[in-house]
Ligand binder design. Structure first.
Ligand code: 5RP
Length: 269
């Protein structure tokens, strides 16, 4: 692997081989998502516990201080919305010149496998890989499911992750599912887990993150279960302990409750 690629991957994947990416890219198709109306305020207390941010160029320029940030994974696909006909009909939104100008560490885009837009979004992936590999910039592929959350089973996600890796993604982001080892076993590049919509309880989140890491994921890219929680810092720190300190779900829950007991709840809901 070339030095530049290796160096960028080492910026987002820590020396223990693990990572915690904080995604705040949801507005690119959801608009002002609950608790993310003012991204700079949402991330302020959380940034120190994140290994990298996953963000669009609009939020990067408007809400992230270039002098005080973490490595940036730039979201470079979009063009659809929650109120449009289909979430899957994405294009690449960002040129290679812009990616270089913003000095980002990696880029990420969604692929929608098994949909009408499978070929188009996989072409987005291969075009992006072809552009970014020239400059040593890693591409993270997101195996997106649009509104069809029930698609998230091991057989489907294993297929998506393997295809994304075969087409050149350096990292794949997917959902946790039952039998998650079937997903990691068939994927030759590192896998990180997204959170999905907010879980009912904290321990549900700690359980799936712990299980996924035990079964081969290198970390998480988890947003709503952190910043839509009443106690986002407590969630972030407890998850950080699961990812980087081998905390069990029970340890994480204890840590969560300890930090919660000393914190004020956030108001957005
Ligand atoms: C949104 C994304 C998010 O980065 C991803 O879904 C992770 O966030 P969450 O944990 O809230 O699901 O790709 O398009």
């Amino acid at each position: 692997m070339d030095w530049g690629m290796e160096n960028r991957l080492a910026q987002i994947i820590k020396p223990d081989g693990k990572c915690f990416f904080l995604p705040i890219d949801h507005g690119y198709f959801q608009g002002p998502t609950s608790c993310l109306e003012k991204p700079q305020e949402t991330i302020k207390p959380l940034l120190q516990y994140a290994d990298a941010l996953f963000v669009t160029r609009g939020v990067l320029r408007s809400a992230i201080d270039p002098a005080k940030t973490k490595p940036v994974i730039l979201r470079v696909s979009g063009g659809t919305s929650m109120v449009g006909e289909s979430l899957e009909n994405e294009m690449l939104t960002t040129s290679i010149e812009e990616i270089l100008r913003l000095n980002v560490t990696a880029v990420g885009l969604s692929v929608f496998i098994g949909t009408k837009y499978e070929k188009q979004t996989l072409k987005n992936l291969t075009d992006l890989v072809n552009m970014c590999e020239n400059y040593g910039i890693p591409v993270m592929a997101v195996t997106a499911v649009g509104r069809e959350l029930e698609k998230r089973d091991a057989r489907y996600l294993a297929l998506c992750c393997r295809i994304a890796a075969e087409l050149g993604a350096r990292v794949v982001k997917t959902y946790w599912c039952e039998d998650f080892d079937k997903v990691t076993r068939g994927c030759p590049v590192p896998i990180v887990m997204a959170g999905g919509p907010k879980c009912k309880t904290e321990i549900d989140v700690f359980n799936f993150v712990h299980d996924g890491i035990e079964k081969g994921a290198i970390g998480i890219n988890l947003g709503r279960n952190v910043w839509q929680h009443q106690y986002p810092v407590a969630m972030m720190r407890a998850l950080h302990a699961v990812v980087h300190k081998k905390a069990t779900p029970e340890d994480a829950n204890d840590l969560f409750n300890e930090i919660k007991s000393k914190s004020e709840p956030q108001e957005c809901k």
